[in-house]
Structures are given as structure tokens and as C-alpha cells.
Design a protein around this ligand. Structure first.
Ligand code: SF4
Length: 207
């Protein structure tokens, strides 16, 4: 049974409740994993993806598959650096399964996104990150209100006193990165993330 308190005083207690959340299943959605959340209160950088994939759902650890390897390559981080640097969250936190077409992963419905916003809002309130990196169009839309990643990749934004840098999704499912101009915008965005991480002391600038 899903438990949501009216307020939380620590990330540890928030994560404890988030990790057993079944709100979407209780609302009738066909989830195929338990929630995937990874991070701790000392991290200053927050990574917001769309939803875990099948591998992440099985391992209950984010960014384990091919998309995660691509993302780390973009940011020039090895696995250890990546997980030490980022508090990893996503718009929804349970593997949503396949769509009826059988291709790719199902995009979480607006209702599931709204149900899961509770956990993100409390995380951001308790963690108070200095840098947020959104990954993919859905995360940029939910956090910044952009209709498309073409409107925001390559720029930095301010949100509630922290910097936000959007990245495209590394799965390549959308074909957005087939365009040379978009690949140049990705390079710019990745450089912005590395620079912000350097500013936070999470890694060497330009490394
Ligand atoms: S997607 Fe989010 S709100 Fe839905 S069951 Fe998983 S953790 Fe809960």
C-alpha cells in the first residue's frame, strides 16, 4: 500500500516510502518494476530522466543499459564518477513496459507523471541541488515547460535558485540526433554540464 506523508524532513525517509510506492499500479497502470531511485543527501547535482528501462527496473539501479553508457560518454564520466556525482531520478520511477506497438518503452501517461511528481517535488525541496540536468523531452517539459528539446538543448536556465541544463535522451529513439545541427547543440549542452560540474567541484572542468 502506497504511503505518502504530508511532509518529509529527510531524503532517507522520502526514499524509504518512494521505494515501495505502488500509486500507479493502484490507479490501474501496468507497471513492470518497482521504483528506481538512486542518490544521497550530499549530492549537489540532480539528474532527471524519463523513466527506467527494463534493465534498470530489474536491477533497480538507474542508467544501467546502453543509454546510460552513452550518457556517461557524453559527460566524460566513468560509472563510479557518474553515480557519485548525480542523484538520479526520473519523471516516473517504475518501468512502464512496452507500448502496444511493441517498439521501445511505453511513455508514462500524464496521470502517472502527475502521480510521480510528488516524489520529485519533495526530493528537490530536501536536496536543494545546485545543478539539475534534464535528460530527454519529457523531463524538460515537466520541469521547464518546453514543448520540445529543440527549444532548450544548448542553453542554461535558472529554476528556484539552481541551474538547469537540458540534454536530449541518449536512447536515440527520436532520431533528433541524426541532424548535424542538433549534434552540435548536444556538444554545447554536454560542455555546459561539465563546466557546471567543475564549478561544483564534482569533476575537473573540461575533463
Ligand atoms: S511511477 Fe512513481 S508514482 Fe507511479 S508507482 Fe512508480 S514511484 Fe509510484
Amino acid at each position: 500500500m502506497t504511503r505518502r506523508r504530508s511532509s518529509y524532513r529527510s531524503l532517507a525517509s522520502l526514499q524509504r516510502d518512494n521505494r515501495v510506492c505502488r500509486a500507479c499500479a493502484e490507479a490501474g497502470y501496468p507497471l513492470e518494476s518497482l521504483p528506481v531511485v538512486h542518490g544521497h543527501a550530499e549530492q549537489r547535482a540532480y539528474l532527471l530522466g524519463q523513466a527506467p528501462g527494463v534493465v534498470e527496473g530489474e536491477e533497480r539501479r538507474p542508467w544501467r543499459g546502453r543509454a546510460g553508457r552513452t550518457l556517461r560518454r557524453w559527460l566524460d564520466l566513468d560509472e563510479e564518477q557518474f553515480y557519485a556525482t548525480f542523484y538520479c531520478a526520473s519523471v516516473t520511477r517504475c518501468y512502464p513496459g512496452r507500448p502496444e506497438t511493441g517498439r521501445g518503452d511505453r511513455t508514462p501517461t500524464p496521470r502517472e507523471q502527475a502521480l510521480c511528481a510528488f516524489w520529485r517535488e519533495w526530493e528537490l525541496r530536501l536536496l536543494r541541488p545546485e545543478l539539475v540536468v534534464t535528460v530527454g523531452g519529457l523531463a524538460a517539459r515537466r520541469l521547464l515547460g518546453f514543448g520540445s528539446i529543440s527549444e532548450c538543448v544548448g542553453a542554461t536556465f535558472e529554476l528556484g535558485g539552481c541551474r538547469v541544463v537540458p540534454l536530449p535522451h541518449p536512447s536515440g529513439a527520436s532520431g533528433w540526433l541524426n541532424d548535424a545541427a542538433n549534434r552540435a547543440r548536444l556538444d554545447q549542452a554536454a560542455a555546459l554540464v561539465r563546466r557546471e560540474l567543475g564549478r561544483l567541484g564534482s569533476m575537473e572542468p573540461g575533463g
